[in-house]
Write a protein that binds this ligand. Structure first.
Ligand SMILES: NC(=O)c1ccc[n+]([C@@H]2O[C@H](COP(=O)([O-])OP(=O)(O)OC[C@H]3O[C@@H](n4cnc5c(N)ncnc54)[C@H](O)[C@@H]3O)[C@@H](O)[C@H]2O)c1
Length: 391
């Protein structure tokens, strides 16, 4: 077993999930021969430091990332901080020559994402470092299979795609005005937060790039209560009576043209009352179509061919023949979880670190999604079609 020293930066929801994903790697992806060693976690909140040691078994917990990056025992880092810290932390990791697995959105803007991609590519005197970005929905076995259906031509020529990422985590106006709601710290609201996943999924499954977009967006809850402390995840923090302004997008809808000739609609909301975490993709081609929803992550529907009295979608339960399913369950129809998607991402990242491959969603993919998000923001302002810069 090859040991890889891990530093996790920020121990909120995602930092804890990265830590547990590394821990599960040797038992789920035994053939990789990799044993992650949780060396150090960095978080300014003392109880998160304590949790790092007591709940996850990190050897050390510190307040600042400098100690993580200077530690010779740390081979790679996870960057799980609020969006506005990603750029500085990623650039520091690249300067220290440490490969990183960073949460999405990679930067709060396309410019920041480009800086991150470039810093990773030129790290270690131009040799570059491995990177991974938290586009975890890619790893659902059903999505892996949809991608294979498209690549193998089973759906024919891809004509159009529908993708929506609808959630209600921000639907209450009584929730805290956290960093997620200002433009400087949170970026483009639900566009960077959820639609970036959708942009990545559309590009990943079709193998085509979103080339041009036109969009409209809105803020439906204009003020939220000021938080009285820090919490984990999207809420769970005491709030004051006082309210402050929401600066970034609650909802967005976009039309897109893909560079391979297909069309797409993308929609996203963080205030969609009733939709808890409804993330879905439908791909249509000249020979058939296929669709998947995160609310039923372990299945997909497919319709191939023509006519007949049973013409329509067939529901297929995910099984060992789909994506990385076999690493988690022995037989079809036994559900995997959201956390398993992150274990797959950890495996791809560390395998890339060891073998110099690019199997995980990379910083280049993070930039590609960020360019789509920013073109959407531009289009919502200009009310015109906007080109998505490539490369
Ligand atoms: N891939 C996914 O599906 C997914 C899901 C949720 C969140 N995310 C992303 O993960 C990132 C973190 O989100 P979260 O929900 O875990 O947030 P969170 O609020 O739960 O955690 C953020 C953590 O950052 C820590 N932190 C704050 N300032 C810091 C500093 N200066 N140095 C180090 N740590 C600091 C906080 O103490 C907290 O523990 C965001 O970019 C978010 O978009 C991705």
């Amino acid at each position: 077993m090859r040991e890889i020293g891990i530093g996790v930066i920020s121990l909120g929801w995602m930092g804890r999930l990265h830590a547990s994903s590394y821990q599960r790697l040797p038992s789920r992806f035994t053939e990789l021969g990799i044993r992650p060693r949780l060396v150090v976690a960095a978080d300014p909140i003392e109880e998160n430091q304590q949790a790092a040691i007591e709940q996850f078994g990190f050897e050390k917990a510190v307040a600042s990332i400098e100690e993580v990056l200077a530690d010779p025992e740390v081979d790679v880092v996870s960057i799980c901080s609020p969006n506005f810290l990603h750029r500085d932390f990623a650039l520091a990791a690249a300067a220290a020559g440490k490969p990183f697995w960073i949460e999405k959105p990679m930067g709060v803007s396309a410019a920041q994402s480009r800086e991150i991609r470039d810093a990773a590519a030129s790290a270690r005197d131009g040799a570059g470092i491995a990177t991974a970005v938290g586009f975890n929905y890619r790893h659902a076995p059903a999505i892996a299979h949809l991608r294979e259906l498209v690549a193998g031509g089973r759906l024919g020529r891809i004509t159009n795609v529908r993708c929506w990422f609808y959630a209600d985590y921000a639907s209450s106006p009584e929730g805290p005005l956290t960093w997620r709601y200002d433009r400087e710290r949170g970026g483009s609201g639900v566009i960077g937060d959820l639609l970036s996943h959708g942009a990545d999924l559309v590009q990943h499954v079709t193998g085509q790039r979103l080339a041009e977009v036109t969009a409209t967006s809105d803020v439906f809850i204009e003020e939220r209560r000021l938080p009285l402390g820090a919490g984990v995840g999207h809420g769970a923090v005491a709030v004051s009576e006082e309210r402050g302004p929401v600066e970034n997008e609650d909802w967005v809808a976009a039309l897109a043209r893909l560079d391979g000739g297909a069309h797409a609609t993308l929609e996203s909301s963080r205030v969609a009352r009733g939709h808890r975490s409804d993330y879905a993709l439908e791909v249509f081609g000249t020979e058939g179509s296929a669709r998947w929803s995160f609310t039923r992550m372990n299945e997909f529907e497919v319709m191939l061919g023509e006519g007949g009295t049973e013409h329509g979608y067939t529901t297929v339960l995910a099984g060992p023949g789909h994506g990385e399913f076999a690493h988690f369950q022995p037989g079809p129809g036994i559900p995997m979880s959201f956390d398993d998607l992150k274990t797959i991402e950890a495996a791809a990242f560390l395998s890339d670190v060891v073998h110099g491959t690019t199997s995980a969603p990379s910083a280049a993919d993070g930039l590609a999604a960020a360019e789509v998000c920013e073109a959407i923001v531009r289009s919502a302002a200009s009310r015109a079609w906007e080109t998505v810069p490539q490369g």
